[in-house]
Design a protein around this ligand. Structure first.
Ligand code: ADP
Length: 268
């Protein structure tokens, strides 16, 4: 997006000159477009749950409602309030990470524990079995446990969410040179080629008819990328439209001396 002006100016020599000004507005336009998307997503994502919370609260306050029905309404209120709270938390997390204000607690831990724990929490959700394949030996990393848990939640929830009509997600933890890799594989919608380089941009969502009904904010993968950058890791993916996707997390291995099956962790 270029903008061009032509001005007539008088030079120091009193001659008249045409001054041609070219201005590249690409970045400005992109920033504007991001802002517009942000406003429309936030207003939709905030207003929809708020409208239903307000609606049900008003019914409960102003009408006689049978106890079973009242419980249903309160469950909806609870669910929608949770959605709001998640959106706000994601938004604030990302803001903090982008501005470099996020603090991380680096501790040595066994990645197997987090991977199997999060896989188990998603097992059985939305008709999916989440199978995990783990190594027999400790998978040590030095990272922030809460943030790695958040990464696993975001990836496994996407795998479940974007594979309607299928019934399995595979999570594998394996070694690769100096790293641990966690692969989250689904057999669902997949990612169109033209979307592939935008997947980790904040607020980006694939706008295909097959996924318009699936709720989300486009913040999940942006958060995953920020966390892994900050932890010295990496996120990549492979995907084919209609076949499924595999998201791959890479975290550097922590190597420590092992004595008689006891792990000696040397803090730096
Ligand atoms: P959200 O799920 O809230 O839209 P994300 O940042 O997690 O946000 O994902 C961005 C977009 O990437 C999603 O809108 C979705 O279309 C696509 N996507 C993410 N994970 C998958 C997946 N496993 N399979 C297919 N599409 C995916």
């Amino acid at each position: 997006h270029m903008e061009m002006y032509i001005n007539l100016i008088t030079g120091a020599d009193l001659q008249e000159y045409h001054l041609i000004v070219l201005r590249d507005r690409t970045e400005e336009e992109q920033a504007n477009q991001m802002k517009n998307e942000f406003v429309s997503i936030v207003s939709h994502e905030l207003r929809t749950p708020l409208a239903s919370i307000l609606g049900f609260v008003e019914i409960l306050l102003n009408r006689e409602v049978k106890p079973e029905k009242a419980k249903k309404y309160m469950e909806t209120i609870h669910r929608e309030a949770n959605r709001l709270s998640n959106l706000i938390n994601d938004f604030l997390d990302l803001q903090r990470m982008e501005s470099g204000k996020q603090t991380y607690t680096f501790v040595p831990f066994d990645l197997r524990a987090i991977v199997s724990d999060v896989a188990m929490q998603w097992d059985g959700k939305q008709e999916h079995h989440v199978y995990s394949e783990l190594p027999e030996h400790t998978a040590l990393v030095r990272a922030d446990q809460d943030r790695v848990t958040q990464v696993m939640h975001n990836l496994i929830s996407n795998a479940v969410k974007y594979s309607p009509g299928t019934d399995r997600v595979d999570v594998r933890l394996r070694e690769d040179a100096g790293n641990w890799l966690v692969e989250v594989q689904d057999y669902g919608l997949g990612i169109p080629d033209e979307a592939k380089d935008k997947m980790f941009s904040k607020f980006y969502r694939v706008d295909n008819s097959d996924r318009r009904q699936i709720g989300g904010t486009g913040l999940g993968l942006a958060i995953v990328r920020e966390i892994l950058n900050d932890l010295g890791g990496e996120i990549t993916f492979e995907s084919e439209l209609g076949q499924g996707s595999t998201f791959i997390v890479r975290l550097p291995k922590l190597t420590v001396p092992v004595l008689d099956d006891h792990i000696v962790v040397i803090e730096d």
